[in-house]
Design a protein around this ligand. Structure first.
Ligand code: MRU
Length: 358
């Protein structure tokens, strides 16, 4: 059974506090948008799809406690609060795209004279609740598509040795995950020999969260430090790398957890295929390249301390970008719920979808 990072039932929202994992498993109540913003900003919940779903659900929870008789007031409240939620973390695009879709929904409902203010609220909340099921289904479709493409890179014995970075599993989504979902699929097909996960300094999503998920599901796995990737690729005959994404630009440049770019460079050097696994909700067709992606910088304390324990010399300057951008030319393929694309095919896919040729 996969771990549940988000619990939502009868208008009640709880998130698994990822700051306490793997030592303690405890849920935080999210009573509204302020709480939603805080749990995202503090990274009690993280991972691009989970950020969007928790942000939007926090608004759904809040709205369900209020009664509206004026559609304009509801529309303004929704728009202001969604934009506020987008500001909690800037790099992952999922929350921004969800906010844009929801704002256009309330604008349409506002114009529809057959819909009352309370009717508009119900339709809005339903649209948010539907995101949970969609993410679950997208995870499954993407994981199957990813397993299929990775199987083309098998070793002679039909098995795969993979590397992943950061956490892209059940803790970052509503389902089996993206890159970690691909790994889960391959394991259940009996075709995964071994997966290596990086620690993912400084926040340690790999050591704390991915390792936790892998151990929980008894997937054959080994933890390495971020600085061991070159040695791993030189000595362990790796079949591929699969990572997630926070924002993919129209040309395929991909922002993901800091350290992803150096892994892609090493993969190219060693001839190891490098895949990005991301739902379409992580693709930002409005920007032509990764140069337009805002990279979040996090507090120095995340580097100088582990919990309350100081590990760096007091007074040292720190630079702590949370993400980097991997250029499209280093990416073998982008795995989505709609299939696997070469980075350069993404923009065409978007055009085909817009023209209805799915
Ligand atoms: O800072 P985080 O932990 O939110 O960063 C998470 C990542 O970089 C993931 O790879 C990405 O969000 C995809 S999660 C399915």
């Amino acid at each position: 059974m996969t771990l549940k990072s988000i619990k939502y039932e009868n208008g009640k929202l709880e998130v698994l506090d990822q700051l306490l994992l793997p030592v303690k498993s405890s849920y935080v109540n999210v009573l509204g948008v302020e709480d939603g913003w805080r749990v995202i900003n503090k990274m009690q919940v993280r991972g691009a799809p989970a950020i969007a779903i928790v942000g939007c659900l926090s608004l759904a929870v809040e709205l369900q406690r209020e009664i509206f008789d004026d559609k304009k007031i509801l529309r303004q409240e929704v728009e202001g609060k969604l934009n506020y939620l987008v500001s909690a973390r800037p790099t992952a695009v999922n929350m921004k795209l969800a906010a844009d879709d929801l704002i256009s929904l309330v604008n349409d409902l506002d114009k529809d004279e057959s819909v009352t203010a309370e009717g508009m609220k119900s339709r809005f909340v339903e649209a948010i609740e539907a995101m949970l099921q969609k993410d679950l289904a997208d995870n499954e479709a993407l994981s199957n598509a990813g397993a299929k493409v990775l199987l083309t890179h098998c070793q002679a014995d039909g098995m795969l040795r993979l590397l992943t970075h950061c956490n892209t599993g059940s803790l970052a989504t509503c389902g089996i995950g993206t890159a970690l979902g691909v790994i889960r699929s391959l394991h259940s097909l009996g075709r995964l020999e071994h997966v290596y996960c990086t620690e993912t300094r400084p926040y340690n999503q790999g050591a704390r969260l991915t390792a936790y998920e892998l151990v929980h599901e008894k997937i054959p796995s080994t933890l390495i430090c971020d600085s061991m990737v070159a040695a791993l690729m030189r000595s362990r005959n790796m079949s591929g790398v699969v990572v997630g994404a926070d924002r993919v630009a129209a040309n395929g440049d991909t922002a993901n957890k800091i350290g992803t770019y150096q892994i892609a460079v090493l993969a190219k050097h060693h001839g190891v295929p490098f895949y990005v696994a991301a739902p379409m909700t992580s693709i930002d067709f409005s920007i032509p390249s990764g140069d337009h992606i805002v990279i979040e910088e996090r507090p120095a304390r995340e580097m100088t301390h582990i919990g309350e324990h100081q590990i760096a010399a007091a007074g040292i300057n720190c630079w702590n970008p949370a993400f980097d951008v991997t250029p499209a030319h280093l990416i073998t393929g982008i795995i989505t719920e709609k299939g696997v694309f070469l980075p350069k095919e993404l923009a065409q896919k978007r055009l085909d979808d817009t023209n209805g040729n799915r």
